[in-house]
Design a protein around this ligand. Structure first.
Ligand code: UDP
Ligand code: MG
Length: 308
């Protein structure tokens, strides 16, 4: 009998978790030809999430859980889940039921019968989300596709089903700064995209603030593009060129009309502009360097407090 692992990262989800469990059991009921395992990852929750997981584990042998020693972030939770999973197929989904569990049927069908290695999902709208957030998300995807050779699909969710072979490929990428959307795309394989309309969270609140999303997008850019470094050096070249022209201009001007000490304000502006750009470029460099620094420490991606 083929096995399917469902991986569910949870961070302070005591309200949503029981509701999710009911729904996923319905799916398992309908897909009788498959053996299910549910892997819940408690990403350092401060509420009763871990207790609920233990309880479910007690009553249902299909339920497993991993409890982190603190909040390591969704990316770490995904990695831990993938590592623990043993299924021939692996489904990754959120606990808040924003990822419709019923799609698992279609996913399985597409992989089993149509020869896909992975079925991924994307939201076709962003209703219920702040307008400004949608705007920046759109900009981010446009930018990423311009500056990175990895493809980024607008509205792509983490909700997907993968074959074991693809899961193993993802696990090979054991980098510390993880940006799953890029990693899934980078490993390749035949991917089918399913589209669905955005659903509201069933309970609880979103764990992503605007600032958290902004930092996450920076992670994505730095992990999958080195164009910012190239741009920094182009700016440097451009300014050297302008400075060179200006020097020639000033020498010629002084030789013809003599030295007139005027133009200090403009000089000041140019100096501060160049100074600012230099700082910016050093900053860009620093971001890459700091990521390299973190990778070189080879810290674990997560620390397990308890698992079953
Ligand atoms: N999540 C997590 N660790 C975190 C933040 C979120 O494991 O640090 C989980 C969360 O419990 C949920 C999923 O990731 O199952 C998606 O989070 P959320 O619904 O808050 O994100 P949104 O759907 O608003 O993008
Ligand atoms: Mg959500």
């Amino acid at each position: 009998m083929e096995k399917i692992s469902v991986i569910v990262p949870c961070f302070n989800e005591q309200e949503a978790l029981p509701l999710f469990y009911i729904e996923i059991c319905k799916v398992a009921e309908a897909l009788k030809q498959l053996e299910f395992e549910f892997i819940f990852i408690d990403d350092g929750s401060k509420d009763n999430t871990a207790e609920i997981m233990k309880e479910l584990n007690g009553q249902d042998p299909r339920v497993h859980y991993v409890s982190f020693s603190r909040n390591f972030g969704k990316e770490a939770a995904i990695y831990a889940g993938l590592k623990k999973s043993i299924g021939d197929y692996v489904v990754l989904m959120d606990v808040d039921l924003q990822d419709p569990p019923a799609l698992i049927h279609t996913m399985y069908d597409n992989i089993k019968n149509d020869g896909y290695d992975c079925v991924a999902t994307r939201r076709v709208n962003r209703e219920g989300e702040p307008k400004i957030r949608s705007f920046f998300a759109k900009c981010f995807y446009k930018l990423m596709n311009k500056i990175s050779s990895t493809e980024f699909v607008d509205g792509a969710r983490d909700y997907r089903m993968m074959k074991r072979q693809m899961v193993d490929a993802v696990l090979e990428m054991s980098e510390y700064n993880r940006f799953s959307k890029g990693i899934f795309s980078w490993v390749g394989f035949r991917v089918k995209w399913l589209e669905y309309v955005n659903e509201q969270r069933v309970a609880g609140e979103t764990k992503w603030s605007f600032w958290k999303l902004f930092l996450y997008s920076l992670d994505g850019i730095i992990a999958f593009s080195t164009i910012p470094l190239t741009i920094a050096s182009y700016i440097g070249i451009l300014f050297c060129f302008v400075a060179f022209i200006l020097i020639i201009f000033i020498i010629v001007k002084t030789m013809i009309w003599g030295d007139m000490t005027s133009g200090w304000p403009s000089l000041f502006c140019i100096i501060s502009l160049i100074g600012g750009l230099q700082m910016l470029c050093i900053g860009v460099l620093g971001h890459y360097l700091s990521r390299t620094y973190l990778e070189s420490k080879k810290r674990p991606i997560y620390i397990v407090k308890e698992e079953k």
